[in-house]
Design a binder for this molecule. Structure first.
Ligand code: ZN
Length: 443
Protein backbone atom coordinates (compact mmCIF):
# COMPACT_ATOMS: atom_id res chain seq x y z
CA UNK A 1 0.00 0.00 0.00
CA UNK A 2 1.18 3.53 -0.64
CA UNK A 3 1.09 6.27 1.98
CA UNK A 4 -2.16 7.71 0.65
CA UNK A 5 -3.97 4.37 0.95
CA UNK A 6 -2.56 3.73 4.43
CA UNK A 7 -3.66 7.23 5.49
CA UNK A 8 -7.25 6.61 4.39
CA UNK A 9 -8.04 4.37 7.35
CA UNK A 10 -7.49 7.40 9.63
CA UNK A 11 -9.48 9.85 7.46
CA UNK A 12 -12.27 10.13 10.06
CA UNK A 13 -9.77 11.79 12.43
CA UNK A 14 -8.20 14.11 9.86
CA UNK A 15 -9.70 17.40 11.08
CA UNK A 16 -9.25 16.61 14.77
CA UNK A 17 -5.61 15.63 14.18
CA UNK A 18 -4.88 18.84 12.27
CA UNK A 19 -6.50 20.90 15.05
CA UNK A 20 -4.52 19.10 17.74
CA UNK A 21 -1.23 19.56 15.88
CA UNK A 22 -1.93 23.26 15.31
CA UNK A 23 -2.85 23.80 18.96
CA UNK A 24 0.35 22.15 20.22
CA UNK A 25 2.62 23.86 17.68
CA UNK A 26 1.25 27.29 18.62
CA UNK A 27 3.02 26.91 21.98
CA UNK A 28 6.71 27.98 21.69
CA UNK A 29 7.97 25.16 23.90
CA UNK A 30 11.68 25.88 23.58
CA UNK A 31 13.59 25.07 26.76
CA UNK A 32 13.45 28.05 29.12
CA UNK A 33 14.36 29.23 32.61
CA UNK A 34 13.34 26.76 35.34
CA UNK A 35 10.27 27.77 37.31
CA UNK A 36 8.36 26.09 40.11
CA UNK A 37 6.66 23.04 38.60
CA UNK A 38 8.26 23.78 35.22
CA UNK A 39 11.91 22.65 35.33
CA UNK A 40 12.38 23.30 31.59
CA UNK A 41 10.46 26.59 31.48
CA UNK A 42 6.84 27.65 31.47
CA UNK A 43 6.24 27.14 27.75
CA UNK A 44 7.26 23.46 27.93
CA UNK A 45 4.88 23.00 30.85
CA UNK A 46 2.12 24.74 28.89
CA UNK A 47 2.61 22.29 26.02
CA UNK A 48 2.38 19.36 28.43
CA UNK A 49 -0.84 20.72 29.97
CA UNK A 50 -2.33 21.12 26.49
CA UNK A 51 -1.31 17.62 25.44
CA UNK A 52 -2.65 15.98 28.61
CA UNK A 53 -5.94 17.90 28.22
CA UNK A 54 -6.27 16.66 24.62
CA UNK A 55 -5.75 13.08 25.77
CA UNK A 56 -8.11 13.43 28.73
CA UNK A 57 -10.82 14.66 26.33
CA UNK A 58 -10.35 11.48 24.31
CA UNK A 59 -10.81 9.32 27.40
CA UNK A 60 -7.25 8.61 28.54
CA UNK A 61 -5.92 9.19 32.05
CA UNK A 62 -3.49 12.14 32.27
CA UNK A 63 -0.55 12.16 34.67
CA UNK A 64 1.91 15.07 35.06
CA UNK A 65 5.27 14.01 36.53
CA UNK A 66 6.29 17.26 38.24
CA UNK A 67 6.49 19.22 34.99
CA UNK A 68 9.39 17.07 33.71
CA UNK A 69 7.17 14.93 31.51
CA UNK A 70 3.76 13.35 31.59
CA UNK A 71 1.73 10.51 30.17
CA UNK A 72 -1.70 9.34 29.10
CA UNK A 73 -2.70 5.92 30.30
CA UNK A 74 -5.13 3.44 28.80
CA UNK A 75 -5.80 0.52 31.14
CA UNK A 76 -5.09 0.28 34.85
CA UNK A 77 -2.73 -2.63 35.37
CA UNK A 78 -0.37 -5.07 33.71
CA UNK A 79 2.76 -4.54 31.62
CA UNK A 80 3.13 -1.20 29.88
CA UNK A 81 3.40 -0.84 26.12
CA UNK A 82 4.71 2.66 25.61
CA UNK A 83 4.92 5.27 22.92
CA UNK A 84 7.51 7.89 23.79
CA UNK A 85 7.53 11.33 22.17
CA UNK A 86 8.51 14.85 23.15
CA UNK A 87 6.90 18.28 23.23
CA UNK A 88 10.00 20.48 23.54
CA UNK A 89 11.31 22.03 20.34
CA UNK A 90 14.57 23.58 19.16
CA UNK A 91 14.62 27.36 18.72
CA UNK A 92 13.43 28.83 15.42
CA UNK A 93 15.72 31.73 14.66
CA UNK A 94 16.55 32.97 11.19
CA UNK A 95 15.04 32.51 7.79
CA UNK A 96 11.47 31.42 8.51
CA UNK A 97 8.98 32.64 5.92
CA UNK A 98 6.41 33.26 8.68
CA UNK A 99 6.12 33.15 12.48
CA UNK A 100 7.28 29.60 13.34
CA UNK A 101 4.78 29.41 16.21
CA UNK A 102 1.73 30.52 14.21
CA UNK A 103 1.01 27.26 12.36
CA UNK A 104 -0.11 27.46 8.74
CA UNK A 105 -2.36 24.73 7.33
CA UNK A 106 -2.31 24.27 3.56
CA UNK A 107 -4.14 21.67 1.44
CA UNK A 108 -1.52 19.06 2.18
CA UNK A 109 0.65 20.15 5.09
CA UNK A 110 1.03 21.93 8.40
CA UNK A 111 3.99 24.31 8.69
CA UNK A 112 5.38 25.34 12.11
CA UNK A 113 8.25 24.53 14.48
CA UNK A 114 7.49 21.15 16.07
CA UNK A 115 5.15 19.81 13.40
CA UNK A 116 7.59 17.03 12.44
CA UNK A 117 9.70 16.97 15.62
CA UNK A 118 7.85 15.82 17.59
CA UNK A 119 4.37 17.21 18.23
CA UNK A 120 2.77 15.96 14.99
CA UNK A 121 4.04 12.40 15.62
CA UNK A 122 2.70 12.53 19.21
CA UNK A 123 -0.70 13.50 17.78
CA UNK A 124 -0.45 10.54 15.37
CA UNK A 125 0.22 8.22 18.30
CA UNK A 126 -2.62 9.74 20.34
CA UNK A 127 -5.11 9.19 17.52
CA UNK A 128 -3.80 5.67 16.97
CA UNK A 129 -4.96 4.98 20.53
CA UNK A 130 -8.24 6.80 19.92
CA UNK A 131 -8.93 4.74 16.76
CA UNK A 132 -8.28 1.48 18.61
CA UNK A 133 -10.55 2.62 21.44
CA UNK A 134 -13.33 3.53 19.01
CA UNK A 135 -13.14 0.03 17.51
CA UNK A 136 -13.68 -1.52 20.95
CA UNK A 137 -10.12 -2.83 21.24
CA UNK A 138 -9.12 -3.67 24.80
CA UNK A 139 -5.38 -3.63 25.54
CA UNK A 140 -3.76 -6.49 27.37
CA UNK A 141 -2.05 -4.58 30.17
CA UNK A 142 -1.64 -0.86 29.70
CA UNK A 143 -0.83 1.42 26.79
CA UNK A 144 1.02 4.53 27.88
CA UNK A 145 1.68 7.56 25.70
CA UNK A 146 4.61 9.40 27.29
CA UNK A 147 5.49 13.01 26.44
CA UNK A 148 8.88 14.35 27.54
CA UNK A 149 9.88 18.01 27.78
CA UNK A 150 13.67 17.90 27.46
CA UNK A 151 14.53 15.65 24.54
CA UNK A 152 16.45 18.38 22.70
CA UNK A 153 18.73 19.19 25.63
CA UNK A 154 19.77 15.90 27.20
CA UNK A 155 16.54 14.11 28.11
CA UNK A 156 16.62 14.98 31.82
CA UNK A 157 12.84 14.51 31.58
CA UNK A 158 13.33 10.77 31.16
CA UNK A 159 15.84 10.55 34.01
CA UNK A 160 13.04 11.90 36.15
CA UNK A 161 10.55 9.48 34.63
CA UNK A 162 12.72 6.49 35.48
CA UNK A 163 13.08 7.71 39.05
CA UNK A 164 9.39 8.18 39.74
CA UNK A 165 7.40 6.02 37.30
CA UNK A 166 7.18 2.44 36.07
CA UNK A 167 9.26 1.53 33.01
CA UNK A 168 7.53 0.03 29.97
CA UNK A 169 8.10 -3.57 28.97
CA UNK A 170 8.18 -2.64 25.28
CA UNK A 171 7.45 0.26 23.01
CA UNK A 172 8.61 2.69 20.38
CA UNK A 173 9.38 6.33 19.84
CA UNK A 174 7.90 8.15 16.82
CA UNK A 175 10.84 10.57 16.66
CA UNK A 176 12.94 9.28 13.75
CA UNK A 177 12.31 7.29 10.56
CA UNK A 178 10.72 4.09 9.35
CA UNK A 179 11.40 1.23 9.38
CA UNK A 180 12.73 0.18 12.81
CA UNK A 181 16.07 1.59 14.01
CA UNK A 182 17.84 -1.13 16.00
CA UNK A 183 21.22 0.58 16.55
CA UNK A 184 22.41 4.19 16.86
CA UNK A 185 25.85 5.78 16.64
CA UNK A 186 27.61 7.29 19.65
CA UNK A 187 27.34 11.06 20.00
CA UNK A 188 30.23 13.09 21.40
CA UNK A 189 30.32 16.86 21.75
CA UNK A 190 34.00 17.71 21.77
CA UNK A 191 35.35 21.20 22.39
CA UNK A 192 38.59 22.34 20.75
CA UNK A 193 40.13 25.18 22.77
CA UNK A 194 42.89 27.70 22.31
CA UNK A 195 44.18 30.24 24.83
CA UNK A 196 46.66 33.04 24.31
CA UNK A 197 49.79 33.17 26.48
CA UNK A 198 49.14 34.84 29.88
CA UNK A 199 49.18 38.63 29.46
CA UNK A 200 49.13 38.39 25.66
CA UNK A 201 46.45 38.31 23.02
CA UNK A 202 45.90 37.02 19.51
CA UNK A 203 46.12 40.51 18.00
CA UNK A 204 48.91 41.12 15.51
CA UNK A 205 52.30 41.26 17.19
CA UNK A 206 53.21 44.53 15.44
CA UNK A 207 49.96 46.10 16.67
CA UNK A 208 49.05 47.21 13.12
CA UNK A 209 46.71 46.04 10.37
CA UNK A 210 43.45 44.22 10.36
CA UNK A 211 42.59 41.98 13.32
CA UNK A 212 39.80 39.46 13.84
CA UNK A 213 38.44 40.61 17.20
CA UNK A 214 35.66 38.08 17.61
CA UNK A 215 33.66 35.36 15.94
CA UNK A 216 30.42 33.78 17.00
CA UNK A 217 28.22 31.10 15.46
CA UNK A 218 25.74 28.44 16.47
CA UNK A 219 23.53 27.92 19.49
CA UNK A 220 23.64 24.15 19.76
CA UNK A 221 26.27 21.75 18.52
CA UNK A 222 23.59 19.42 17.14
CA UNK A 223 22.64 21.81 14.35
CA UNK A 224 24.62 22.91 11.30
CA UNK A 225 24.87 26.66 11.95
CA UNK A 226 23.21 28.88 9.33
CA UNK A 227 24.98 32.05 10.47
CA UNK A 228 28.45 33.11 11.55
CA UNK A 229 29.42 36.66 12.57
CA UNK A 230 33.01 37.91 12.32
CA UNK A 231 34.05 41.19 13.94
CA UNK A 232 37.13 42.89 12.46
CA UNK A 233 39.12 45.92 13.42
CA UNK A 234 40.95 47.70 10.61
CA UNK A 235 44.26 49.57 10.96
CA UNK A 236 42.39 52.82 11.65
CA UNK A 237 40.69 51.19 14.61
CA UNK A 238 37.28 50.93 12.93
CA UNK A 239 35.24 47.93 14.00
CA UNK A 240 32.87 46.16 11.59
CA UNK A 241 30.86 42.95 11.85
CA UNK A 242 30.33 40.73 8.82
CA UNK A 243 27.65 38.04 8.68
CA UNK A 244 28.17 34.82 6.74
CA UNK A 245 25.21 32.65 5.80
CA UNK A 246 24.93 28.89 5.44
CA UNK A 247 22.06 26.43 5.54
CA UNK A 248 20.87 24.73 8.73
CA UNK A 249 20.51 20.97 8.99
CA UNK A 250 20.62 18.33 11.66
CA UNK A 251 24.16 17.59 12.83
CA UNK A 252 23.80 13.88 12.00
CA UNK A 253 23.25 14.82 8.34
CA UNK A 254 25.89 17.51 7.82
CA UNK A 255 25.87 17.02 4.04
CA UNK A 256 22.28 18.30 3.92
CA UNK A 257 23.35 21.69 5.28
CA UNK A 258 26.00 24.26 4.51
CA UNK A 259 28.07 25.22 7.53
CA UNK A 260 28.28 29.00 7.98
CA UNK A 261 31.39 28.58 10.14
CA UNK A 262 33.16 26.97 7.19
CA UNK A 263 32.15 29.85 4.90
CA UNK A 264 33.37 32.46 7.40
CA UNK A 265 36.64 30.67 8.21
CA UNK A 266 37.51 30.25 4.52
CA UNK A 267 37.12 34.01 4.04
CA UNK A 268 39.00 34.89 7.23
CA UNK A 269 41.91 32.66 6.23
CA UNK A 270 42.49 34.90 3.19
CA UNK A 271 43.23 37.90 5.38
CA UNK A 272 46.15 38.85 7.61
CA UNK A 273 45.44 39.19 11.32
CA UNK A 274 43.22 36.14 11.50
CA UNK A 275 42.85 34.24 14.77
CA UNK A 276 44.92 31.03 15.20
CA UNK A 277 41.63 29.07 15.36
CA UNK A 278 41.12 30.07 11.73
CA UNK A 279 44.34 28.29 10.71
CA UNK A 280 43.44 25.27 12.81
CA UNK A 281 39.99 25.15 11.26
CA UNK A 282 41.30 25.35 7.70
CA UNK A 283 43.94 22.70 8.33
CA UNK A 284 41.87 20.17 10.28
CA UNK A 285 38.23 20.66 9.33
CA UNK A 286 37.46 23.05 6.43
CA UNK A 287 34.58 21.50 4.44
CA UNK A 288 35.17 17.90 5.52
CA UNK A 289 32.47 16.23 7.63
CA UNK A 290 34.28 12.86 7.76
CA UNK A 291 37.10 13.86 10.14
CA UNK A 292 39.93 12.87 7.81
CA UNK A 293 42.48 15.49 8.91
CA UNK A 294 41.49 15.08 12.56
CA UNK A 295 42.39 11.39 12.24
CA UNK A 296 38.94 10.11 13.15
CA UNK A 297 37.40 9.14 9.79
CA UNK A 298 36.01 5.62 9.42
CA UNK A 299 32.87 3.51 9.55
CA UNK A 300 31.18 0.25 10.54
CA UNK A 301 27.76 -1.28 9.79
CA UNK A 302 26.07 1.65 11.56
CA UNK A 303 27.59 4.03 8.99
CA UNK A 304 30.46 6.54 8.80
CA UNK A 305 31.67 8.92 11.47
CA UNK A 306 30.19 12.38 10.88
CA UNK A 307 31.39 15.67 12.24
CA UNK A 308 29.63 19.03 12.57
CA UNK A 309 31.33 22.20 13.82
CA UNK A 310 28.31 23.55 15.69
CA UNK A 311 29.26 26.34 18.10
CA UNK A 312 32.12 28.81 17.63
CA UNK A 313 33.30 31.55 20.00
CA UNK A 314 36.49 33.50 19.44
CA UNK A 315 37.93 36.61 21.05
CA UNK A 316 41.43 38.00 21.41
CA UNK A 317 42.30 35.80 24.40
CA UNK A 318 40.69 32.50 23.52
CA UNK A 319 38.88 30.40 21.00
CA UNK A 320 36.48 27.50 21.36
CA UNK A 321 34.79 25.32 18.80
CA UNK A 322 32.33 22.58 19.75
CA UNK A 323 32.04 19.68 17.33
CA UNK A 324 29.11 17.29 17.23
CA UNK A 325 30.60 13.92 16.30
CA UNK A 326 28.50 10.83 15.53
CA UNK A 327 30.74 7.80 15.70
CA UNK A 328 30.20 4.19 14.59
CA UNK A 329 28.39 2.05 17.19
CA UNK A 330 31.31 -0.38 17.64
CA UNK A 331 33.86 2.38 18.43
CA UNK A 332 35.14 3.87 21.70
CA UNK A 333 35.00 7.61 22.41
CA UNK A 334 38.44 7.51 24.08
CA UNK A 335 40.06 6.58 20.78
CA UNK A 336 38.46 9.58 19.10
CA UNK A 337 39.61 11.91 21.88
CA UNK A 338 43.18 10.58 21.71
CA UNK A 339 43.39 11.03 17.94
CA UNK A 340 41.95 14.53 18.08
CA UNK A 341 44.30 15.51 20.90
CA UNK A 342 47.22 14.51 18.69
CA UNK A 343 45.80 16.34 15.66
CA UNK A 344 45.28 19.68 17.44
CA UNK A 345 48.57 19.60 19.42
CA UNK A 346 50.65 21.36 16.71
CA UNK A 347 48.24 24.32 17.06
CA UNK A 348 48.73 24.49 20.87
CA UNK A 349 45.08 23.58 21.22
CA UNK A 350 43.40 21.07 23.53
CA UNK A 351 40.26 18.96 23.31
CA UNK A 352 37.64 18.30 25.95
CA UNK A 353 34.62 15.98 25.97
CA UNK A 354 31.68 18.22 26.93
CA UNK A 355 28.90 15.70 26.55
CA UNK A 356 28.62 12.10 25.49
CA UNK A 357 25.86 9.71 24.59
CA UNK A 358 27.21 6.18 24.16
CA UNK A 359 26.07 4.22 21.13
CA UNK A 360 22.90 2.14 21.28
CA UNK A 361 24.07 -1.30 20.29
CA UNK A 362 20.95 -3.25 19.40
CA UNK A 363 19.86 -6.65 18.15
CA UNK A 364 17.85 -6.74 14.92
CA UNK A 365 16.50 -10.16 15.96
CA UNK A 366 14.76 -9.19 19.20
CA UNK A 367 10.97 -9.73 19.30
CA UNK A 368 10.05 -6.02 19.57
CA UNK A 369 12.08 -5.21 16.44
CA UNK A 370 10.66 -8.19 14.54
CA UNK A 371 7.06 -7.35 15.45
CA UNK A 372 7.34 -3.72 14.38
CA UNK A 373 9.17 -4.65 11.17
CA UNK A 374 6.42 -7.13 10.32
CA UNK A 375 3.72 -4.48 10.83
CA UNK A 376 5.61 -1.97 8.71
CA UNK A 377 6.27 -4.40 5.85
CA UNK A 378 2.71 -5.73 5.91
CA UNK A 379 1.16 -2.26 5.74
CA UNK A 380 3.50 -0.70 3.21
CA UNK A 381 4.08 -3.80 1.10
CA UNK A 382 7.80 -3.23 1.56
CA UNK A 383 10.34 -5.92 2.27
CA UNK A 384 12.76 -3.99 4.44
CA UNK A 385 15.01 -4.85 7.36
CA UNK A 386 15.71 -2.93 10.57
CA UNK A 387 18.42 -0.28 10.19
CA UNK A 388 21.20 1.45 12.14
CA UNK A 389 21.54 5.27 12.05
CA UNK A 390 23.70 8.22 13.09
CA UNK A 391 20.99 10.30 14.68
CA UNK A 392 20.50 9.90 18.38
CA UNK A 393 16.86 9.11 18.92
CA UNK A 394 14.75 9.32 22.02
CA UNK A 395 14.99 5.51 22.25
CA UNK A 396 18.22 5.92 24.21
CA UNK A 397 16.38 7.70 26.99
CA UNK A 398 14.36 4.67 28.06
CA UNK A 399 14.97 0.92 28.10
CA UNK A 400 12.94 -1.44 25.85
CA UNK A 401 12.16 1.29 23.34
CA UNK A 402 13.19 1.44 19.68
CA UNK A 403 12.73 4.25 17.17
CA UNK A 404 9.93 3.56 14.66
CA UNK A 405 8.97 6.29 12.16
CA UNK A 406 7.35 8.62 11.41
CA UNK A 407 9.46 9.68 8.41
CA UNK A 408 9.05 7.40 5.42
CA UNK A 409 12.04 6.48 3.26
CA UNK A 410 12.83 9.22 0.75
CA UNK A 411 11.12 12.05 2.64
CA UNK A 412 13.29 15.14 3.24
CA UNK A 413 14.52 15.66 6.80
CA UNK A 414 12.81 18.82 8.00
CA UNK A 415 13.46 18.44 11.73
CA UNK A 416 15.20 21.47 13.30
CA UNK A 417 14.99 23.29 9.96
CA UNK A 418 13.51 26.50 8.67
CA UNK A 419 9.84 26.11 7.62
CA UNK A 420 9.56 22.70 9.32
CA UNK A 421 6.39 20.91 8.22
CA UNK A 422 4.49 17.64 8.33
CA UNK A 423 2.29 16.48 5.48
CA UNK A 424 -1.23 15.60 6.51
CA UNK A 425 -0.83 12.33 4.63
CA UNK A 426 2.18 11.44 6.78
CA UNK A 427 0.36 12.46 9.97
CA UNK A 428 -2.47 10.05 9.09
CA UNK A 429 -0.40 7.25 7.55
CA UNK A 430 1.96 7.06 10.53
CA UNK A 431 -1.07 7.04 12.86
CA UNK A 432 -2.44 4.04 10.94
CA UNK A 433 0.87 2.19 11.27
CA UNK A 434 1.08 3.02 15.00
CA UNK A 435 -2.49 1.79 15.45
CA UNK A 436 -1.53 -1.60 13.99
CA UNK A 437 1.75 -1.70 15.92
CA UNK A 438 -0.07 -1.11 19.21
CA UNK A 439 -2.67 -3.71 18.28
CA UNK A 440 0.16 -6.25 17.93
CA UNK A 441 2.19 -5.18 20.94
CA UNK A 442 -0.73 -4.80 23.35
CA UNK A 443 -3.19 -7.28 21.85
ZN1 ZN B 1 12.73 14.87 18.24
Amino acid sequence: MDKQTIAQSMAAYREAMIQATVALCAIPSVKGRPETGAPFGLETKKSLDAFLALGADLGFTPVDLDGYCGYLDWGVEGPITAVLGHLDVVPAIDGWSHDPFSPIVTDDKIIARGTADDKGPLVSALYALKALKDEGFVPKGRIRLIAGLDEESGSACMHHYSEVAELPSAGFTPDASFPVIYAEKGIAHIKIQLKSQPGQSFSRPDGHGQVLLAAVAGQRANMVPARCDLTWQDDQGHVTTETYAGKAAHASLPWEGHNAIGVAMATAAQRPGAHPMVQLYQALIADDWTGQALGVAGQDSSGPLTLNPGVLKLDLERGSLILDIRYPASWQVDTILARMTAAVAPFQATVELVSHTPPLVGDPGRPLVKTLMAVYNRMTGANQVAIAIGGGTYARAMPNIVAFGPSFPGEPDVCHQVDEFITIEKLLASAAIYREALRELAG
